[in-house]
Ligand binder design. Structure first.
Ligand code: AMP
Ligand code: MG
Length: 487
């Protein structure tokens, strides 16, 4: 375990130079204080969890202090936002403080979001508010606990600094961690600004640091692109299987590592709804829940376009062709497991689709359905779940098909079935209304609910004593919350 001042830095991205990022110092928050810290994320830096309680922790991650070896940089990138190209974006309110490597030799970017104005702030104030910082923190750590690749969050620091959104709020900072903060939009920036030398440097950087195994391949850049396609297909299969709606899948919010990245008005589904749009400014539903699958491919095509200086168009097209079949295979595999199946049959896709249609028509809670399905034998579970459906005949027909399928799958005891299914079907997810409750308390100065929710969500598959209230369907007020897109 390390003390805070013992972090080891190696700022590889900063060394790429001024064409890639600009040196900017964080702008301190007034009266910085710890809202919540993730012990699991601290462990990735070998930090003793006790240091989160020391004043210097809030000073460091509230922008007051800096390690001598840190080199805070605002990165430049661009990207396609809602389908249109924006020529210049960049870290408008976040700073890559530096890259730290831990005792296991892993590198972690430390990125402070809400750290003040940068050359890329455009019309913004460089700040982030408490509510959006808490949401990003909770979501990153909850996704990780579910086994869904995501950037991580070390802590949220609250403050007295006033920040204007629809009303006056308080500024906060969230310390985000990832092996890289390079986005699809980084490659697009150098491609569209016609800077081939810098683009080649960036490609080399990513290949060497993040895809070194691709070096061994006859066409290293193509191998790297294929790997990015694969990782994104796997990631989006997980989002779809677990009901995560990202909300702003612009190419500047897509990580070259295939992790969930940049949290805005995201949501986990309560009732299953394939057409759910969590982002209220997304009037056409470009980023609706089911559209995430084709949008994943659209975004990869935008990246492919930016890689045309390095890879032939035919090879890029072929690699892009891997996306959909890979997505489908991964998704079906996850859904089979959620249904408690251990073998594969041709009709499984149809079994899943029929179930989702029934859930959609009856507004069935997506998370609780699968959890309860594993509580007891298939026959008992479907008998109990039947009441949640409006189309009883439709459900009965599905239930017969499911029971027969389970019988063919193998003869397991109830205990074994429960253990296997509960290990993949969470009891606790980050429901919007739970986040909202925690945020309301935090805004009035009580951080205990954020901390408790974070704890519960860090073990989503384990039933936790006294935490029943976190495993319920939302109350009526919490069902269709409009989450502000400002952050
Ligand atoms: P996002 O929608 O959060 O992915 O942000 C899109 C772009 O707007 C990025 O370049 C952000 O850095 C920038 N941005 C968002 N909010 C602010 C803000 N309050 N101040 C400055 N830049 C911002
Ligand atoms: Mg963004």
């Amino acid at each position: 375990m390390k003390a805070l001042d013992k972090l080891t830095f190696d700022n590889r991205f900063a060394r790429l130079g001024d064409a890639f990022s600009t040196h900017v110092l964080p702008e301190p928050l007034d009266a910085p204080r710890l809202v919540v810290a993730s012990e699991a994320a601290m462990a990735l830096l070998d930090l003793d969890p006790a240091v989160a309680q020391t004043p210097v922790f809030a000073e460091l991650f509230g922008g007051h202090k800096l390690w001598a070896e840190a080199e805070p940089r605002a990165m430049v990138y661009s990207g396609h936002q809602f389908g249109g190209y924006t020529p210049q974006l960049g870290d408008g309110r976040g700073l890559l403080l530096g890259e730290v490597y831990n005792e296991a030799g892993e590198h972690w970017d430390l990125h402070l979001k809400g750290a003040g104005m940068t050359p890329y702030s455009r019309m913004g104030d460089g700040r982030a508010v408490l509510r959006s910082s808490i949401r990003e923190f909770l979501a990153s750590e909850a996704l990780h606990a579910l086994g869904i690749p995501s950037s991580r969050a070390l802590c949220v620091i609250g403050s007295d600094t006033p920040v204007w959104r629809e009303k006056q709020e308080r500024g906060a900072m969230v310390l985000r961690m990832a092996h890289s903060h390079i986005r699809f939009g980084h490659f697009e920036y150098f491609y569209y600004t016609k800077k081939p030398e810098q683009q080649a440097l960036l490609a080399e950087h990513v290949l060497n640091l993040h895809y070194p195994e691709c070096r061994e391949q006859p066409e290293p850049y193509l191998a790297m692109f294929r790997e990015i396609v694969e990782r994104n297909a796997e990631l989006i299969a997980k989002w779809q299987a677990y009901g995560f709606c990202h909300g702003v899948m612009n190419t500047d919010n897509m990580s070259i590592l295939g992790i969930t990245f940049d949290f805005g008005p995201f949501a986990f589904l309560d009732d299953f709804d394939a057409h759910f749009i969590c982002n209220h400014s997304d009037h056409e539903g470009r980023y609706s829940f089911s559209n995430q699958v084709p949008i994943g491919q659209w975004n990869l095509s935008a990246l492919a376009q930016a890689l045309t200086p390095f890879i032939s168009v035919d090879a890029l097209k072929e690699a892009l062709g891997l996306y959909l079949p890979l997505y489908q295979a991964n998704y079906l595999d996850l859904m089979r497991r959620r249904l408690g199946l251990t073998t594969a049959e041709d009709d499984d896709q149809q079994l899943v689709e029929r179930l989702l249609k029934l859930m959609q028509n009856s507004g069935v809670d997506y998370t609780l359905f699968f959890r309860r399905l594993g509580d007891e034998s298939a026959a008992l579970a479907v008998a109990r779940l039947r009441d949640d459906f409006v189309d009883l005949a439709g459900f009965d027909a599905w239930a017969e098909q499911y029971k027969a399928r389970v019988a063919r799958d193998g003869d397991y005891g109830e205990e074994q079935r429960r253990a296997r299914m509960h290990a993949v079907n969470p009891l606790y997810i980050l429901r919007n209304y739970l986040a909202q409750n925690a945020i309301a308390a935090a805004e009035s100065g009580d951080y205990s609910e954020v901390r408790r929710l974070h704890e519960v969500l860090s073990k989503p598959f384990e039933e936790q004593a006294g935490m029943e209230q976190y495993a319920q369907r939302p109350p009526d007020w919490g069902k269709h919350l409009e989450i502000s897109c400002s952050s």
